[in-house]
Ligand binder design. Structure first.
Ligand code: SF4
Length: 296
């Protein structure tokens, strides 16, 4: 899988560039760049638990959403180069700090290195589950190479309509690509497995970030997920959208209380049981940790 970097097709941009000499859409070379590695308490309860999730934030992004809350790292402006061995060591350091799991955030463009580092870390004593926290623009081939290495998938389903995906991420094929990617993830993990304390050991949690003015589209995504997977996955209904400076209406405001309530009531009418919600009013930059190279 390492050779994929020489003609990169790790995501559906399929740039086919040799990342040892040139960068593609994600703006990142074949060397790993990280912006932060620390315990994080803002994930879903079975991921954060009581001690926190060992999150490792990668620099760069293959989607480049216009509303991205992690813009400073998604553009690759912040990051420190680390070796595969150092990435494995970081996993062990987070495990030693008490992390319930190791959570790779936006790992798509580094999938082969993540796989290699996990295998090394396991040889060195890594025993907590691994979490692949992705925007879901991964190719199915790239995900297949992670089968047996990743325990938990935490994918977004950002858009239902190609038009929205084009407008906000320049990726009209995103809805189709993300559905195929999520199907592969669920195939790998099977139904959710939680321990006696409610901490997830295996499974898939799909995140739906409600965008302002787009409740109808979020309902279509939720309906699709529930009709396709029922209670074989968890769905996380997120209201934390935080407008970044310069956004145009309606993306220049937070989600209203009534928009979020509308989505929650719809989930209830559908009969969704395996779901997570957020307390309204939590839309703040507190969800965005400082990308100051902590733990790197
Ligand atoms: S990861 Fe995606 S965006 Fe980055 S170079 Fe590869 S195909 Fe292009």
């Amino acid at each position: 899988m390492q050779n994929i970097y020489s003609e990169c097709t790790l995501c559906h941009r399929r740039c086919r560039v040799d990342r040892s000499v040139k960068v593609g859409f994600c703006s990142m070379p074949d060397r790993i760049y990280l912006s932060r590695a620390a315990l994080h308490h803002w994930e879903e309860p079975p991921i954060s638990g009581t001690r926190g999730s060992g999150t490792i934030f990668f620099s760069g992004s293959s989607l480049g959403c216009v509303f991205c809350q992690n813009r400073e790292i998604s553009c690759g402006r912040i990051g420190k180069e680390v070796s595969v061995m150092r990435l494995a060591e970081i996993m062990l350091e987070l495990q030693n700090q008490g992390a319930h799991n190791i959570n790779f955030v936006t790992p798509t463009h580094y999938a082969p290195s993540v796989r290699e580092a996990i295998l090394l870390a396991k040889d060195m004593g890594l025993s907590v589950p691994t979490v692949y926290n992705t925007g879901s623009y991964d190719t199915v081939e790239a995900l297949r190479a992670l089968d047996g290495v990743i325990d938990i998938y935490l994918p977004d389903l950002k858009y239902y309509l190609p038009k929205t995906a084009e407008e906000l991420s320049g990726a009209p094929d995103y809805p189709t690509v993300a559905r195929l990617a999520i199907a592969e993830m669920v195939r790998q993990t099977g139904a959710p497995v939680l321990d006696g304390e409610g901490i997830m050991k295996r499974g898939t949690i799909v995140r739906l970030l409600l965008l302002p003015g787009r409740v109808a589209e979020a309902k279509l995504s939720l309906k699709y997920l529930y009709e396709t997977y029922g209670d074989n996955i968890y769905v996380s209904l997120m209201s934390q959208y935080t407008p970044m400076p310069g956004m145009k209406s309606p993306l220049d405001r937070a989600v209203t209380r009534s928009e979020y309530r509308d989505l929650l009531e719809y989930a209830e009418r559908l009969g969704v049981k395996n779901g997570f919600t957020q307390q309204h009013g939590t839309a703040s930059e507190s969800f965005i940790p400082p990308f100051d190279l902590t733990g790197v």
